[in-house]
Design a protein around this ligand. Sequence first.
Ligand SMILES: Nc1ncnc2c1ncn2[C@@H]1O[C@H](COP(=O)(O)OP(=O)(O)OP(=O)(O)O)[C@@H](O)[C@H]1O
Ligand SMILES: [Mg+2]
Length: 284
Amino acid sequence: MSDFILEATDIRKTFGKGDRAVKAVDGISVRIRRGKTLGILGESGSGKSTLGRCILRLIEPDGGTIKFDGKTVSGIPQSQFRPNRRNMQMIFQNPFSSLNPKMSIGEAIEDPMRIWKIGDKESRRKRVTELLDMVGINPRRSAAYPYEFSGGQQQRINIARALSLDPKFIVCDEAVSALDVSIQTQIVNLLMDLQKHLGLTYLFISHNLGVVEYLADDVLIMQHGKLVEYAPTEEIFKNPRSEYTRNLIASVPAMPTAAHLQAKEADRIARGKGLASARSAVAG
Ligand SMILES: Nc1ncnc2c1ncn2[C@@H]1O[C@H](COP(=O)(O)OP(=O)(O)OP(=O)(O)O)[C@@H](O)[C@H]1O
Ligand SMILES: [Mg+2]
């Protein structure tokens, strides 16, 4: 078994033609170890989301190869790719629009299992309860609708939904960016808890350097679709090699810093709010 759950090599994607062509992703290669997090940083329009979507084949890359869990998943028809979808999920920026307003949150979380014909009604209900528990939402609220929850709670529900198929890899595209700073911290800590308990691998796209510094093992910096720097997180932040990275770091607005997040995490652990049920829930 390869150490790397994901290996994407020389990914390319151009939008438009001729004078209008935009090389959104221009020859990017990434490798992510099982259970680790790769952070993607770069100014707006640098190609971060396009890279994430190409890796999940939500849009078709023009070139490059993608290996997932040891298998080549690029250059095969979507129909053959589809079984991999269960293992590769995405969490988006806007928690409310990611949820169907006409479905109760329980139905929304059950939906992927129903589509994939996993279990029966009863076992799926049980799993919904476990998932809600895991993300810190009272399972007794499973019949409530998305609008009845706060933004942070909605993102917890999206996370539960993304986890319903027991994926190995999740692309988080600005997953905390729309939330209040204090709520961002909670969701980031939830994602990290889940990673630890479930062995998840993340591709974490963000504008927020503090958050990336806090949770990523490695960081890839992008500009105009190209790789600027790619190194372990500590190296990037302690010793940025490019002017572009230095400017990105210097231009951080008043966002939570890694130190701030660490203090919050220590506080949370002290209060004993662990994710005790996560492991048993997945095993079951
Ligand atoms: N579907 C599309 N059609 C045409 N151009 C697109 C499309 N999607 C993205 N682009 C262009 O590709 C480039 C990269 O966009 P992308 O959304 O990947 O950047 P990003 O780094 O995620 O930006 P942001 O931080 O604002 O989310 C931009 O110039 C964008 O306008
Ligand atoms: Mg984006």
